[in-house]
Design a protein around this ligand. Structure first.
Ligand SMILES: Nc1ncnc2c1ncn2[C@@H]1O[C@H](COP(=O)(O)OP(=O)(O)O)[C@@H](O)[C@H]1O
Ligand SMILES: C=C(OP(=O)(O)O)C(=O)O
Length: 527
């Protein structure tokens, strides 16, 4: 049955005269093929290490959405989505099919969306064996229900060694990530960054699910012993994966979730952790998840011992490891949790002025969610080498095909209905901006997260920040009190005031685009 579906799909996409088609290979077989393709090597701990060179991040200009009639009116053509004509898409698709003639391909049947009500079958066709291994570990494994479901699927065709030519293909660069919602097909060319596959499906679900009453979220999720679910929103590198891996709470997922009628569910079946400076001491769970079947990207191995050197950023800062979610010790294997009780926004503030933790009113939650203030941390995007202040709506603007206010309204409705506690946590700099101050110790951040989730901060007195209006707890268990008030951590408080004013101004400028939002939310920002 699966084979039949796969063969038809291949032909539908013009993929004929291929070499050998490898269907649903096991991880061990995929590793063997990846070694034969000479696309990487095995690390001493058993992980397959793919080396893709320094171009390992995304470039904002490469992502296009095919602007046919049915999608055009709904798409948010912000700076992240570029329209592409169906004819241009057809040219790229034909070129990929021509390129693949006579070549082996790897085909995987998988799925996205752990809640059976929303589960979507996906098929991943890749040129490289290790990309197929990545997809196998990152997406949900296919099951019987995927063969009979009425829900239409989506296909990814990932051909990294084919580079597009802007002149002949009409693309914006030599790489292209193109989503066609009508054909239900994603084309990826000219980039080996495996994250594009998962983020493309995330973009797809961000388009499809709101129409079904589900809020798609760029967040990690975990659950405590009493069933209390917590969500951690944040742009890449702000701590979703690290902070949700908690020995005292069970992991639901580390990056992409939906919040529907029945609660929260993971879109994926695996995690994608950053491993720059990964340490056994600070991140034991992620450390232990690296084993046979895991896939490293651009981690430098010692050529004699094959031991990973996590400190080596010579290929990229954005070194990664992908592994199935159950490689983490305490997980919710169904990928489904209940209704959240706590929502945490993670902002890595490179200005060093946001408080390490603040309690948010619902209006503030809306304001900070829409603003999505954070820093782009080095590596994930091409050309970013130092943290750069940015506003990424809903903490994931790059993946949003609808206007941010649509997602924000869905979030507000849920926060109010379930009386969810909301916090803003700065996982970035303290004691000064990037370059002068230092990144907040992750163990302190963990203590703040624990206190926020448990409700321990609800009764604690707060002081109101004079610039941002944020409510800063005056104490937090296991965190030095001085750290909580950022102005007190700077050696020059006047420099702090200037920097805070600068950031407040950036917030205001950015929020102009949301002038249609109600006044109470507009007023919840910096004054
Ligand atoms: N205070 C902190 N809070 C969270 N992460 C931190 C902190 N300080 C340093 N880090 C590092 O930042 C990175 C966060 O990456 P990750 O959790 O993978 O982000 P995301 O999942 O949001 O992309 C990790 O390498 C982590 O060790
Ligand atoms: C995989 C990515 O996101 P995150 O770091 O949030 O996992 C990415 O942005 O490429």
């Amino acid at each position: 049955m699966t084979l039949m579906m796969s063969r038809n799909a291949l032909e539908d996409y013009g993929l004929v005269n291929l070499g050998t088609i490898h269907w649903n290979l096991s991880p061990a077989a995929l590793v063997e093929h990846a070694l034969t393709q000479q696309e990487g090597q095995l690390a001493a701990n058993g992980a397959f290490c793919a080396t893709t060179g320094s171009h390992t991040g995304r470039s904002p200009k490469d992502k296009c959405i095919v602007s046919n009639d049915s999608s055009s009116s709904r798409i948010w053509w912000g700076e992240n989505n570029h329209p592409m004509e169906p004819e241009t898409f057809a040219i790229v698709r034909r070129s990929l099919a021509d390129y693949l003639q006579g070549r082996d391909v790897y085909v995987l049947d998988a799925a996205a969306g752990a809640d059976p009500h929303y589960r979507m079958p996906i098929q991943v066709i890749t040129e490289l064996a290790w990309h197929n291994l990545f997809a196998r570990q990152l997406f949900l494994r296919s099951n019987e229900s995927d063969l009979t479901t009425e829900r239409p699927g989506f296909t990814i065709l990932c051909v990294p060694h084919f580079h597009t030519n802007p002149r002949t293909h009409g693309t914006r660069s030599s790489a292209a990530i193109i989503i066609d919602f009508e054909e239900r097909l994603v084309l990826i060319a000219g980039t080996q960054y495996a994250g594009e596959m998962k983020k493309a499906i995330f973009t797809v679900l961000n388009f499809i699910l709101p129409a079904e009453g589900v809020l798609p979220m760029h967040c990690s999720a975990n659950v405590g012993n009493s069933g209390d679910v917590a969500l951690f929103f944040g742009l890449s590198g702000t701590g979703k994966t690290s902070l949700s891996a908690d020995p005292d709470r069970r992991l639901i997922g580390d990056d992409e979730h939906g919040w529907g009628e029945h609660g929260v569910f993971n879109f994926e079946g695996g995690c994608y952790a950053k491993c720059i400076n990964l340490s056994q001491k600070y991140e034991p769970q992620i450390w232990n998840a690296v084993r046979f079947g895991s896939v490293y990207e651009n981690v430098v191995l010692d050529q004699k011992t094959r031991e990973p050197n996590y400190a080596d950023a010579s290929l990229t800062e954005n070194t990664r490891v992908a592994y199935p979610v159950d490689y983490i010790d305490n997980v919710i294997t169904t990928g489904i949790g209940g209704q959240p009780q706590a929502v945490i926004f993670l902002s890595a503030d490179s200005f060093g002025v946001l408080p390490p933790i603040s309690r948010l009113s619902t209006e503030q939650a809306m304001y900070y969610f829409l603003s999505g203030y954070t820093s782009k941390l080095a590596g994930t995007e091409t050309g970013i080498t130092t943290p750069q202040a940015t506003f990424s709506s809903c903490f994931g603007a790059a993946f949003l095909p609808l206007h941010p206010i649509e997602y924000a309204n869905l979030l507000r409705e849920r926060i109010e209905r379930y009386k969810v506690r909301c916090y803003l946590i700065n996982t970035g700099w303290t004691g000064g901006p990037y370059g002068t101050g230092e990144r907040i110790n992750i163990n302190y951040t963990r203590s703040m997260v624990r206190a926020a989730i448990s409700g321990a901060l609800e009764q604690v007195d707060t002081v109101t920040d004079s610039v941002f209006g944020l409510h800063i707890p005056t104490s937090c268990p296991d965190v030095p009190g001085r750290l909580l008030q950022p102005r007190q951590t700077w050696s020059d408080p006047e420099a702090y005031d200037q920097q805070a004013a600068r950031l407040a101004e950036l917030f205001k400028q950015n929020f102009v685009q949301f002038s249609s939002i109600e006044e109470a939310v507009r007023r919840a920002g910096p004054n």
